[in-house]
Design a protein around this ligand. Structure first.
Ligand code: PEP
Ligand code: MG
Length: 843
């Protein structure tokens, strides 16, 4: 017959015992390390995951075997030991083993009040966890008496219909059983899953000889750590509470004292300098030998120090970075270890303001967290109102059903953006990330009434223009009012960590940047160039929109040329700015991409205003707008299709790029502009555009005498371009995969509308994740790898990259490395995250 418990199931923790976090849990393993460091840890026995699983399934624990390792009348504690301490577990239970006889002995040893208090606490724990009685029946008063104890024992007997168990075997067996079952409960499962635990995560338990912490002389317990958990700065923090057990010092700060000398009151350092010094030395030993910042739980018993437990200091993201960097600077871990220790996603918290962790969150609704960071402001419903608000110096939140290019100026002016529709690659989301503007999209539970300027929350609350709300783009929450915020920080430790990351990274990281401000952010975050500059955004700025509209309305070629002539200097200045900010790093400029009608007004008032500006009849303007309308604009007259049919726009842009490059060269910068053609699906499109751009280059050269060097490339964002990458590569110096459109077209899924049903699709596991958010490696990935392979087969030296919104994500970077791509390009604010992810993947 199979033995109920294997040999490794019940293991006294000694320096040489065979133990691991995967078998006995992180706490058991950590206690063994502390013992190896010769710290005064009381006798402890570990129960393995296997043992605890069997106990939960109904096999009684082998308490005789456990108790064999303790004295004749032991007083014990039982604590959880899950593989990763962050996954939690049932709370610790102290004073197991106390009974009438032991109570009488303890009354003599430590005094009646202390002894009774211990007994009462155990009765309360046992009654609630094992007998499942209400815990308020067993409250432990400050000054318990013999009578209080008698009442508690009587109450227990009445409620549980049996006397309170007196045998340590029974008590321990029941406690182990209740803790084992608690781990299997539904809420515990959900909770640990939310913290990242896998489905079958196990629980170990540790049974430890209790260090009393109450009694005669210097008795008490405390918790000490050696760094500030918010900043990571080295600093002793914690509390000590005399005549207490476990973590009571933290739970009852009123009675607790500080550890270091403190003007606010007494401290452990003053009262027990010897103990304090010992703790400091232990902290240093733990830091150097365990290679971590640890929080130590300790007890004083008649002046004797015991270490009961130690856990990794729970820390904010900012502290995570600083701790890792300082451990490496002190030679305790390697630089590579430091790089591996910081979760790249945690960096985004450092790049943006956040709602403070302890702030009250009055949640109105929840949508898709589209651009991280949080900001508060007064609600406005139009881009114009956002600009007016900014002009008054008032922070505002732009609330729209969805945004369109016309809203860009409003977005620039707003502190945050909230939309009711759209997904992670919707216009609001892309622009929000580019601007580093907190943004929540697809908050579909909110009802927006633009006319009445009203926003109605699902709970019926109504918010009007001018009311203050907060958009938390990190969590997707929309909050009422203005909670406390935590400022962004780019401290020295953060920069150091990223420099170490760059030293091991083997794939380039560029930024998607459309404006000089974006480019500046990209440089601040040390991007190695611009991988995608979406030039159309430049045409929505100020007076350019009107010029652009004039161009669209021009009937004859020469009229169009005249208008483009006015746009030329503006574009030239844009590009010269970008080149100068990027200081010699490559700048990849994508030629005009969107359908023209996006530049035209859609409402009556706007059309009337346009008719006025153009000095044309309203009917003519309306007819022209209708003529430009398409059933399926994203698959219509846009990208290179405009380049082929209205070539003057691309010619003007190419000239602006060349002239800007010449200007920048005159001021000493080395500029080799990259020009990229969007939405290509056939080689001939590239040939046609290339011929025209080459001709512009020749003209500019003839006019100026300047040597022109430039590189022409293609955006691979239609499935056909990926399939025909071999042909297309022949005319291209580089190919950049536009995974937004490529995802849209591979799935046949509108990037602007999919938000409406995406959550249902993900919930029902039709898609594992939103493919606009997480690159679909199976489908879109196959097109990418095919495209990369075919391009390389035809042009071995061709430069390949990804520039869709996926570019900064870990999975896209991993994929890009595997397929030998040269760089990824992502929103400027994701550049640091991408640098760190890329380094971790290379290690
Ligand atoms: C893309 O399609 O992936 C892309 C980068 O271009 P845009 O998002 O501007 O369509
Ligand atoms: Mg695209």
């Amino acid at each position: 017959m199979q033995k109920e418990f294997a040999q490794s199931d019940i293991t006294p923790i000694t320096p040489d015992a065979r133990m691991s976090a995967e078998v006995h849990g992180g706490r058991a393993k950590c206690l063994q390390r502390l013992i190896r460091l010769e710290m005064p840890v009381p006798q402890t026995v570990a129960l393995s995951f296997h043992a605890v699983r069997r106990i939960a399934a109904g096999t009684p624990p082998d308490v005789t075997e456990i108790l064999r390792h303790f004295g004749p009348t032991p007083l014990l504690s039982v604590r959880p030991s899950s593989q990763d301490p962050d996954w939690g577990g049932p709370g610790a239970i102290l004073n197991v083993g106390i009974c009438d006889t032991l109570h009488a002995t303890l009354c003599d040893e430590i005094g009646e009040r202390a002894a009774t208090s211990l007994y009462l606490r155990f009765i309360q724990a046992y009654a609630t966890h094992v007998a499942r009685l209400d815990d308020d029946l067993f409250e432990v008063p400050e000054d318990p008496t013999h009578e209080t104890l008698a009442v508690a024992l009587r109450t227990y007997e009445e409620e549980a219909e049996e006397p309170f168990p007196q045998e340590v075997e029974r008590q321990l067996g029941d406690i182990l059983g209740s803790m084992a079952r608690a781990w299997e409960g539904t809420s515990a499962r959900l909770l640990r899953k939310a913290k990242g635990a896998p489905e079958g995560a196990g629980l170990g338990l540790v049974v430890q000889q209790l260090a009393l912490g109450v009694g005669q002389g210097a008795c008490g317990s405390g918790v000490i750590q050696f760094v500030n958990p918010a900043t990571g700065e080295r600093q002793v923090t914690g509390r000590y509470l005399s005549q207490s057990q476990g973590r009571e010092a933290l739970e009852d700060p009123a009675g607790a004292v500080y550890l270091t000398r403190d003007p606010r009151g007494p401290s452990l350092q003053d009262e027990y300098p010897q103990v304090f010094a010992e703790l400091l030395e232990m902290g240093e030993r733990a830091r150097t030998r365990l290679r971590e910042e640890m929080q130590i739980e300790f007890t004083l018993d008649g002046g004797r120090l015991s270490v009961l437990d130690a856990v990794r200091v729970h820390r904010a993201s900012r502290a995570k970075v600083r701790i890792a960097v300082e451990l490496a600077q002190d030679g305790i871990i390697s630089r590579e270890d430091a790089v591996m220790r910081v979760d790249p996603a945690a960096l985004s918290e450092l790049l943006h303001r956040q709602v403070a962790l302890d702030a009250e969150r009055d949640r109105i609704a929840n949508g898709i967290a589209a651009s991280p960071g949080a900001a508060s402001g007064r609600i406005v419903f139009t881009a114009n109102d956002a600009q007016a608000s900014a002009a008054r110096g008032e922070d505002c939140v732009l609330v729209r059903r969805e945004t369109s290019p016309e809203d860009i100026r409003g977005m620039h002016a707003a502190a945050a953006v909230l939309t009711v529709r759209g997904g992670v690659t919707s216009h609001a989301a892309v622009i929000g990330r580019g601007l580093g503007l907190p943004c929540v999209v697809g908050a579909s539970d909110l009802l927006i009434d633009r006319k009445a300027k009203r926003l109605t929350a699902p709970d019926g609350r109504v918010f009007r223009e001018g009311d203050v709300i907060t958009v938390d783009g990190t969590t997707g929450d929309v909050l009422a009012g203005q909670p406390a915020m935590l400022e962004a920080s780019l401290d020295g430790a953060f920069r150091t960590l990223l420099q170490w990351a760059d030293a091991v990274r083997d794939i380039g990281v560029r930024a998607n940047a459309d404006t000089p401000a974006d480019a500046q952010t990209a440089r601040n975050f040390e991007a190695e160039g611009i991988g995608l500059c979406r030039t159309e955004h430049m045409f929505f700025e100020g007076e350019r929109l009107s010029v652009m509209r004039e161009m669209i309305f021009a009937d004859k070629g020469e009229d169009r040329a005249a208008v483009l002539e006015r746009l030329l200097p503006m574009q030239r200045a844009d590009f010269a700015d970008l080149f100068s900010i990027m200081g010699g790093y490559p700048v990849c400029i994508r030629l005009f991409d969107p359908p023209l009608h996006e530049f035209l007004p859609s409402d009556k008032a706007g059309i009337r205003e346009l008719a006025n500006v153009l000095d044309r009849p309203l009917s003519e303007v309306t007819a022209r707008i209708e003529a430009l309308e398409e059933y399926n604009p994203m698959l219509g007259m846009r990208g290179v299709r405009l380049g082929v049919t209205v070539p003057e726009i691309y010619e003007m842009q190419a000239r602006a790029i060349f002239e800007a490059a010449i200007l920048s060269k005159m001021s000493g910068a080395r500029v080799v502009p990259e020009i990229m053609i969007p939405l290509v699906s056939a080689m001939r499109e590239v040939e046609l555009v290339k011929n025209r751009i080459d001709a512009v280059a020749v003209n500019v050269h003839n006019e100026t005498g300047a040597d022109l060097e430039y590189r022409l490339g293609v955006m691979v964002e239609t499935p056909r371009a990926a399939l025909r990458a071999g042909d297309i590569a022949q005319h291209s110096a580089f190919l950049s995969f536009g995974t937004n459109d490529l995802t849209q077209m591979t799935y046949g899924l509108s990037r602007d509308d999919a938000g409406r049903f995406m959550s249902a699709y993900v919930q029902q596991k039709v898609y594992a994740e939103d493919p606009f958010h997480t690159l679909d490696l199976d489908g879109v990935g196959e097109l990418l790898s095919m495209g990369a392979e075919r391009a390389r087969a035809s042009e071995p030296g061709i430069v390949l990259s990804i520039c869709g919104e996926h570019g900064g994500s870990r999975s896209a970077i991993e994929f890009s490395r595997q397929h030998g791509l040269d760089y990824v390009s992502c929103s400027p604010f994701r550049v640091p995250i991408a640098r760190l992810s890329a380094a971790q993947l290379a290690l």
